[in-house]
Design a protein around this ligand. Structure first.
Ligand SMILES: Nc1ncnc2c1ncn2[C@@H]1O[C@H](COP(=O)(O)OP(=O)(O)OP(=O)(O)O)[C@@H](O)[C@H]1O
Ligand SMILES: [Mg+2]
Length: 269
């Protein structure tokens, strides 16, 4: 059975819902144009990129993305990280700077200029559409795409961190999900392992697939060292998510040390 045909959510007693991956993006939701207007071949043929989505904000997308960058270096790839849109930035002499973007920049092979890692930096720690409105700007994809393409010219692998959860608004008619949709990026979902993560993970996976994106798999990140029944929760995620587990990241292990745990993620894209 192919990934597309795998029953998406079929515990005993519940009707299976088949994950029909759309050949066209859905007509509702993001408000973006359909596939005829979508981006194509943004990257050189030998370059691959992945979108790191998360079950929520603050669950370890940056941690997992930096760990994946180290894993890619260890596998022999030149790899670069990107945080296309970042809110909650600090004013410096060089301009606005964001901790996630700085971490991704530092974890990249031959760190690229900050403006390529984070082409849109917003100062207020709000949802991007609100931070942008407060800054008097409207978020649009073209400058983000230009930076993404330049990174694609520098690296063999590009790791793009999302913003918050899958459906965070960026602008009227534009969601964080549309970065992955428009740039045709396969998705790895980081599940922040804590109480409530099962529903967040299943909802996120359902939305990613409904948006026509390929869900490569998920990474379990031990964000809460006090979580109860961790192994049972991980087993439940394994049973119910429609894509494989690509690694588990322990609590408190630095990305460079945890990199060896993401071999499956390196092989997935
Ligand atoms: N495995 C872990 N062990 C210990 N601390 C972790 C782990 N994963 C993440 N953290 C910490 O939790 C916080 C949130 O993690 P991170 O910044 O990676 O989340 P995020 O999903 O990228 O958040 P955002 O939505 O703001 O981008 C950070 O302080 C990070 O250092
Ligand atoms: Mg982050």
């Amino acid at each position: 059975m192919s990934r597309q045909e795998k029953p998406y959510y079929a515990p005993d007693g519940l009707r299976a819902c088949t994950t029909a991956v759309a050949t066209e993006p859905p007509s509702r939701g993001s408000g973006l144009p359909h596939s005829s207007a979508m981006e194509s071949s943004l990257l050189p043929e030998s370059t691959r990129a992945v979108f790191i989505a998360g079950t929520d904000t603050g669950i370890g997308k940056t941690h997992a993305a930096c760990t994946l960058l180290h894993a890619l270096h260890a596998a022999g790839y030149r790899a670069g990280g990107m945080k296309p849109v970042a809110s909650g930035c600090v004013a410096t002499a060089e301009g606005l700077r964001n901790d996630d973007a700085l971490a991704l920049q530092a974890a990249s092979s031959t760190p690229p200029p900050y403006a390529l890692v984070n082409p849109l930096a917003l100062s207020e720690p709000l949802s991007p559409h609100l931070a942008a409105a407060h800054a008097g700007v409207t978020i649009g994809l073209p400058p983000l795409r230009a930076a993404f393409e330049q990174l694609g010219g520098r690296y063999q692998r590009v790791v793009v961190e999302g913003v918050g959860g899958w459906m965070v608004p960026l602008a009227p008619g534009l969601l964080a999900a549309d970065l992955a949709r428009q740039w045709r990026l396969p998705v790895i979902l980081v599940v922040g392992l804590r109480l409530g993560c099962l529903s967040h993970a299943l909802l996120s996976a359902r939305a990613i697939i409904a948006d026509g994106c390929t869900l490569l798999g998920w990474i379990g990140n031990h964000i809460d060292p006090a979580m109860l029944a961790v192994d049972e929760n991980i087993a439940t995620l394994g049973e119910l998510l429609p894509a494989p587990c690509l690694g588990l990241l322990p609590h408190g292990e630095a990305p460079v040390r945890a990199a060896a745990r993401l071999g499956a993620a390196v092989s997935a894209f």
